[in-house]
Design a protein around this ligand. Sequence first.
Ligand code: PEP
Ligand code: MN
Length: 284
Amino acid sequence: MEYESLMSNEQDQSVVQHLNKCHATQPVTLGPSLAVGASRVILMAGPCSVENYAQVRATAEAIARAGGRVLRGGAYKPRTSPHSFQGLGAPALEMLRAVADEFNLLVISEALGVEHIPLVAAHADIIQIGSRNMQHYPLLWAAGELDRPVLLKRGFMSTVDEWLQAADHISSRGNERIILCERGIRTFETATRNTLDTNAIALVKQVSPYPVLADPSHATGRADLVIPAARSAVAAGADGLLVEFHPDPSNALSDGPQSLPLATLPDFYRQIGKIANAVGRELI
Ligand code: PEP
Ligand code: MN
């Protein structure tokens, strides 16, 4: 009984701490002349996994041509099955850095474990912490020691309050350059891979100081739903989008069914750019 009342006090406090607060978004600097959380909506585009040099170079070139600034790509992949492609590791980080430098882009890539932090931080401008790792506290602490922006994905079975407390683990170590990313949660619905929680996008914009991205690729799991979901996220106030693009989605080594063909990137800018304009922003 006493234990239960202690537990509910603890939970009540965190709710009071986070969900009843009101914050203006504090923009996070990503690199020279680029911040997220200000007037521009930032697209971070690229393959789920880095597969080879030609793939990431073609992606970087397409992003630069479309006026984009950030290349995404996984080097260390959190796969449900150990028999699935696990990522190329260090060589993938080197490829990302080389093509990003060639086209003057920033790189975001995931650190899957604490041991990956030094190498990912040496090659990427933004460190991604994946959904499955949202409550991996030693990883959050290691990211909290960095002088690099950290993108914290929401755990697919985590509440908004738990997500914001995970962000506190990063900031408690000194790193305040936190970007939240809503990537869909698990609900009773199985028709789509996950359910994009647009409520949460609007809510965390109000109750946290952190910029918020949406990932319509993992939220839907279906390429044909990515644009509608991206529209809804930008309309709800998302400061950016993390979207999977692949030169040849049907042959992708991971997440092909939810990847948009790279050739459609200019059209994505046109379509989502209209929604950004409608809410007084610009998609870059
Ligand atoms: C990814 O971005 O490719 C990824 C693995 O995302 P999540 O952690 O949201 O599943
Ligand atoms: Mn993926």
